[in-house]
Design a protein around this ligand. Structure first.
Ligand SMILES: [Zn+2]
Length: 142
């Protein structure tokens, strides 16, 4: 089941700042990137002003393979406990990427019965509005 939005409710939009502007620009171009420390090489997500390992402020964007596995997940089924702009049920997932960072996202097209911890997934880019693309995940075909 593909996530459906309620057109009567404004879309939740990311608050884009100087730290994650490059991330969202890449997403708009259907590319996934992670912040990489230029001094120690640590990949970081979400983007932030300073490397949590070496305190460097020198950083760049490193391309991701887009491949990961489900680290954990939750299925929102009760409308009054979920964001009203998204029709229930929908799946929220934490994906551990091949590069080692974890992302919170949604399954693009899946049902509760289909999903399990450790499931291989690929990123997909969902253009939910003319000016908003979200990275989501779908089961990786073998
Ligand atoms: Zn560093």
């Amino acid at each position: 089941m593909v996530m459906e939005y309620n057109p009567a409710i404004p879309l939740l939009r990311p608050h884009i700042d100087l730290d994650d502007q490059g991330f969202w620009e890449a997403i708009k171009q259907h590319k996934l990137v992670f912040q990489k420390c230029k001094d120690c090489g640590l990949l970081v997500h979400r983007p932030r002003p300073m490397c949590p390992r070496c305190n460097s402020t020198e950083k760049e964007w490193a391309p991701s393979s887009g491949k990961g596995t489900i680290y954990t997940w939750v299925n929102f089924v009760y409308a009054n406990a979920a964001y009203p702009g998204i029709k229930v049920p929908y799946l929220v997932v934490v994906v551990e990427m091949e590069e080692g960072v974890r992302m919170i996202s949604n399954m693009y097209d899946a049902k509760r019965e289909d999903i399990y911890i450790g499931m291989p997934v690929d990123v997909v880019f969902d253009d939910i509005a003319d000016d908003l693309t979200l990275p989501k995940f779908k089961r990786r075909e073998a």
